[in-house]
Design a protein around this ligand. Structure first.
Ligand SMILES: Nc1ccn([C@@H]2O[C@H](COP(=O)(O)OP(=O)(O)OP(=O)(O)O)[C@@H](O)[C@H]2O)c(=O)n1
Ligand SMILES: O=C(CO)[C@H](O)[C@H](O)COP(=O)(O)O
Length: 520
């Protein structure tokens, strides 16, 4: 699944090109380079997220929008994708009446700020209509004043939508009255006879799959739902069709990224979880506590850790410094095109050898050339690996972002550093959305554990206590013991092992291993 993710990111160059290229323009056709996120929109935009379904096709009791990943329900990820867009004013989430309290609890727990929940209907169209009507009431005594110019509609069960694409849909909706995402068809569509025989098949290249998000001017979508029939409400599946049939509005169709897929079956939940885990395990910050020995160890660890993060891609060179490879638009992580590659120094601790930059860039260029200049995708598990002595001063900014932490202690009998890190994370209030990982690497000076069994038991007790308290704050604390060895081969193996264990702990976030002291 990871492999799929790496090759299906937006902007990677689309491998599933249409059979008839003339039929539908590509997403970027006729435009300049894709614009970066953060553009402003000078008209009011609101969102309706239909979330009133039961998710029958998953076969689960819990409706899929409320299934949790890393302790957070799917719908909260979708809401966040919209909430972080500065030009989106308000979001109406449509939920079945029996889930009103659950939704209110999600809004409170995950601190959603732009959201209001309204009751759903018996079909998706009825739920969306309720959302549109609710938006129309937002102006209070002067409802017309509160109405958005454009309404974006998006299934709550499509959590991976990026700001650039929302911008494209919103602006096209304003210009054309309606706009929607499309994707090339994967399978050919055929019509059957009532007896179950082939009647005819459609020419696949002429058709597209209609996806979400879709955008409409408020007037168009409001009118469409006022005019549509009971049959549309009962059986219809396409809002763009309502705009065409009842308002004469031909929607502008824009090819979207493959990440827009809808969670429909149980296997889609597993795929969504994998993508979410990839997204939260990209960056790790080594905290050395100011110890020169720990800093040296961090440096030694970086090479194996980064090599692990390259998903066995033959073209990606491991970097042996604190230099990061990053993609300017973090929404499009995973895809590195030559023009987008930035090598940057972070935190003032990088030791950058001149040759490294060109070597890494050359590898990427070569991979890109080899891929026929179509696409070259690399999944870096750790896109960013930084080393800092502590998290004070400028380095305090690490506490506020999506970093995971690896804290080194040379003397494991004194847990002061990891206690300070946990306290700083608590003060920064950093982990309400999904659990973050802190790995405490305890480095002992000898091949043997100092103090024998008693010391081992004491170290295990300390980490158990600290981890129980941290877990209440959504911080997963794990421990790794690393023993210094005079045998260089053994030492290298141990260092690699730390990198390997840390990588797995950060990605998997297993609750079962919380508080465990693993041996490297
Ligand atoms: N009465 C309904 C039915 C569906 N939806 C929403 O429409 C979106 C897309 O629909 P679909 O994938 O069909 O979801 P379900 O109807 O929940 O799934 P199923 O058809 O498998 O029961 C989902 O976010 C779903 O919650 C809705 O708001 N109100
Ligand atoms: O893609 C869509 C509209 O274009 C919708 O997501 C789709 O129609 C939902 O359908 P269903 O309820 O059958 O899953």
């Amino acid at each position: 699944m990871e492999g799929n993710h790496a090759t299906t990111q937006s902007g990677c160059g689309d491998p599933d090109r249409p059979a008839h290229p003339g039929g539908f323009p590509n997403r970027d056709a006729g435009k300049g380079d894709p614009q970066p996120a953060g553009r402003d929109v000078d008209f009011p935009v609101s969102v309706v997220l239909p979330a009133g379904g039961t998710g029958e096709r998953t076969g689960l009791q819990t409706p899929k929008q409320f299934c949790s990943f890393l302790g957070r329900p799917l719908i909260s990820y979708t809401i966040q994708a919209f909430e972080r867009v500065s030009w989106i004013q308000s979001i109406v989430v449509v939920v079945a009446r029996e889930n009103t309290d659950l939704m209110a609890d999600i809004v409170r727990r995950f601190r959603h700020r732009k959201v209001r929940a309204v009751p759903g209907g018996s079909t998706r169209h009825r739920s969306i209509r309720n959302g549109i009507l609710a938006l129309g009431e937002e102006g209070g005594e002067r409802p017309a004043a509160g109405r958005p110019k454009v309404v974006l509609i998006h299934d709550a069960v499509r959590p991976f939508v990026d700001e650039d694409f929302l911008y494209e849909i919103a602006t096209a909706a304003k210009e054309h009255g309606a706009a929607g995402a499309i994707r090339p068809l994967v399978s050919t569509v055929i019509a059957t006879t009532p007896e179950g025989y082939l009647d005819h098949s459609l020419e696949r290249g002429k058709y597209r799959a209609s996806e979400m998000p879709q955008g409409f001017t408020y007037d168009v979508i409001h009118r469409a739902y006022q005019r549509c029939s009971q049959s549309d409400f009962d059986f219809g599946t396409e809002c763009l069709h309502l705009a065409l049939q009842y308002c004469g509005t031909n929607a502008k169709l824009i090819q979207g990224p493959p990440t827009l897929w809808k969670v429909t079956y149980k296997r889609d939940l597993a795929a969504a979880e994998s993508i979410i885990k990839d997204a939260v395990s990209r960056s790790a910050c080594f905290v050395t506590g100011g110890s020169a020995r720990a800093a040296a160890l961090a440096g030694a660890l970086q090479e194996p850790a980064r090599a692990l993060g390259t998903t066995n891609h033959p073209h990606m060179a491991p970097c042996a410094t604190t230099t990061c490879l990053s993609v300017p638009n973090s929404n499009k992580t995973g895809c590195l095109f030559p023009a987008w590659v930035k090598l940057s120094r972070r935190g003032g601790h990088a030791v950058l050898s001149g040759g490294l930059v060109s070597r890494v860039c050359e590898k990427i260029r070569a991979a890109w050339r080899e891929a026929g200049r179509q696409s070259a995708c690399f999944l870096l598990r750790f896109q960013e690996l930084d080393v800092v002595p502590d998290l004070t001063g400028e380095n305090a900014s690490y506490l506020l972002k999506e970093w995971n932490f690896i804290q080194f202690s040379v003397d494991h009998s004194r847990p002061a550093e990891v206690e300070a890190l946990l306290a700083a994370l608590e003060a920064a209030d950093r982990a309400p959305l999904h659990p973050l990982v802190v790995i405490w690497v305890q480095w002992s000076d000898s091949d043997e554990l100092l103090g024998g069994r008693a010391a081992a038991a004491a170290a295990a007790a300390v980490i158990t206590d600290l981890s129980s308290a941290a877990k209440l704050r959504n911080i997963l604390l794990y421990g790794i013991q690393l023993h210094q060895s005079k045998d260089s081969e053994r030492w290298e193996r141990s260092v690699s092992k730390v990198a390997e264990i840390a990588s797995v702990l950060i990605r998997e976030r297993s609750p079962a291993l919380v508080g465990q002291l693993l041996q490297a």
